[in-house]
Design a protein around this ligand. Sequence first.
Ligand SMILES: Nc1ncnc2c1ncn2[C@@H]1O[C@H](COP(=O)(O)OP(=O)(O)OP(=O)(O)O)[C@@H](O)[C@H]1O
Length: 827
Amino acid sequence: MADDGMLLNFSIPDSGILARPSFKGGNWKDRLTAKKAAQNWHTKASARLSGETVPKKIVDNATDVNRTELGQRTRRTSKSPELPETGERPVKRARVSGDFRPKATEKTDSGDFRPQSNPAVTRRPGEKQDVPKGGKQIISSLFTYNPASTTKPKASERRPDDAPLEPSNAPLSSELDTFTSLGISTTLAAHMLNKMELKAPTAIQKAAIAQLVKDDSDAFIQAETGSGKTLAYLLPIVQRLMEISANMKKRKVDENVQRNSGLFAIIMAPTRELSKQIALVLEKLLGCAHWLVATTVIGGEKKKSEKARLRKGINILVATPGRLVDHLEHTEALDVSNVRWLVLDEGDRLMELGFEQEIQKIVGALNLRMRAKKDDKLKIPGLPEKRTTVLCSATMKMDVERLGQISLKDAVHIRADPSEKGQVENEGKDDQSFYAPAQLKQSYAVVAPKLRLVSLMSFLKRAFARKGSVMKAIVFISCADSVDFHFDMLTGDIEQKLKKKDEEAKEDEKDDDTQEKKKKPKALQQADPTKLSVTNAESPILSTKTHTVTAYRLHGSLQQSLRTSTLAHFTKNKEPSVLIATDVASRGLDLPNVDLVVEFDPAFAREDHLHRIGRTARAGRDGRACIFLMPGCEEGYVDILKSDRKDTETGVHISRQDADDILNRGLVTSGVVDKNAYMDKATDLQLAIERWALASPSRLEAARRAFQSHIRAYATHVADERKYFDIKQLHLGHLAKAFALRERPSGMKVPGLRTGAGRGDRTPAKIRGATKESVRERDKEGAPKKIVDLDLPDTQDTEEAGKMRKAIRAREKFMRHAGMASEFNLG
Ligand SMILES: Nc1ncnc2c1ncn2[C@@H]1O[C@H](COP(=O)(O)OP(=O)(O)OP(=O)(O)O)[C@@H](O)[C@H]1O
């Protein structure tokens, strides 16, 4: 065969065909450890190639960083050594607390194998490590031992629902549907058009206004979130009062209704924020009837100034129940004998929060004083003889029936006419089914506990990547401590830690601390978790070169004035922003331009979920919502969410995302799916967050508190849904990683967690033999905090145990509600 002139160079280098990888990143010790590990493997691999047998090395499956300085994670890059097929681990791997799974070479989610290399951890020299007394730092790789999804995504779930959907809560578009056609005066309608830009009523407004303007029957207004229920009850009241006023003028009884003519309407709402919001809408409406005066009496405000306002005279009062009862008992000037409209906004929430007694007291006082005034000669002409009570919510069941017994008589159930555009035909359907707005695009993300934190970051990074794609987002988190932790992290200098990951020069190490301080942007230094006075700051990790993203926090432990100013700031901010909040922001709040709601922690009940996602897609606008679920029993919750819309065969369309998609889209900018790239980036991010948390004792403390509170909150899902949110299925060790923690949960003394060795059954909710006091947490002042005690009896099958469990659940529910009441700082 003729020589074709090509020479193939098959010469083998002296080092052999197995090139030694070069290691970058980590400090010198880390690199040395990794290098040794690779050398070790290299020797074994060479020996195998030459047919020698290698004695099996017994490796410790727990790594103690107190003992061993952990090496730089051996990345699975093209430079990394390939995995030996024997299943031997080249280096030690870390074991996650409570993780007793096989120690052999591990299979990743995608089915490929990754070496159980040194744990993915680097401790920066100079980092202060607040390691628990006698405790170990448990470090695990992000992508190992994650539970696999138990469900297969359906083809339809894989694609986002791009079809434009008819909004179900938008104003009606027919020319015939006007406010005046419903009995609203031209003055009021013109005012709404000119000053509030409200042209036509929504479907629920059409139904409610027509009823309440002409009739004094009690009513039960139920419509989906963002459908304009506030105006549905406010407009008829203002209209009726304007009519009475005009009537007085005509009969020359008086000039007009004056502020001292009497209190005619009371509107009660469960939270202070909602009360203020209602008062704001009312104030705008009263712009065309300035002689009518409205005010608020809510907890957290100065009682003295409220009393002064009540003394001057008020026609419409917006109140939280606790404060109203207080004034009824102690403020003589508060005369309720003329009250003819009582509105209970978010009626179901009022009952849930245990305001039954307060409502009973208020209704009792109104009845008593109204009767006493019956024969009064100085009656206001045109004032109805009977009081109308209106109950209002997007979700109402069970408790509301009880509320109805207390306050409603022969109530009319007002719902949107199903023949209106976008409305759901409810005929023959469960009367207690509630819907999310039809145009709201929903998705769920299946994310393993260890990946939760990086997935959230990636999700938000992606959402805010392009300016204008998402302007405002709300992230719902179960408890205040966790909100603080996540807010602090979002506003922390993690990006800097990420950038610095490869700069491991010794000079750097020496003055690491000072450099850290210098590089901290001003805004970030403010965002100290211990300083609750800071509720907004720039988020470097979400901001891009072209725009800044601001993070906000909101929860019930913040001072009322801060809560109010935070919401006002978030509302006014024209730049991209994200609000990290507890359920304090879930009910009734109308925050403009919220395009995305993320339920990072699922709501405690399906109704709460509907209210949360209802913060977007309001009044016909678009919106997106995503709920994070963990693989396993939580995935079953999707079926519940799908049943939220029963007008279609398949239920509501909810698309699915997996952690891989989220991480790839959020962290890898090339757009190409590259498993190695996103895994590396996610690991870097997780490490940067862990280093950031470890660098400050106060942050570490905040992370632990957040983790503990999260577990406690998890135990308070309603009984019906506990099969999806089963605390016994929670892998606490993995979950701790989502709080940037490297310590054993048992060492943290999580209430409800069995401490010590032998946690084989991993049933943290069981605290057999534990006294309440032993799991009771104390607040800063040393006062015992409320606890959720889930102590279940061992004899679960006996009738007695069944009864006991019922009683315990009832108590839990109470505790939850009691906890929420304090969370909201109500009344
Ligand atoms: N007729 C209308 N035309 C246009 N926008 C309206 C109309 N009525 C109300 N809105 C707007 O719709 C938004 C939602 O109204 P509102 O807060 O009353 O909803 P809701 O039904 O009480 O929601 P939720 O159940 O979440 O409390 C507000 O921004 C309000 O200004």
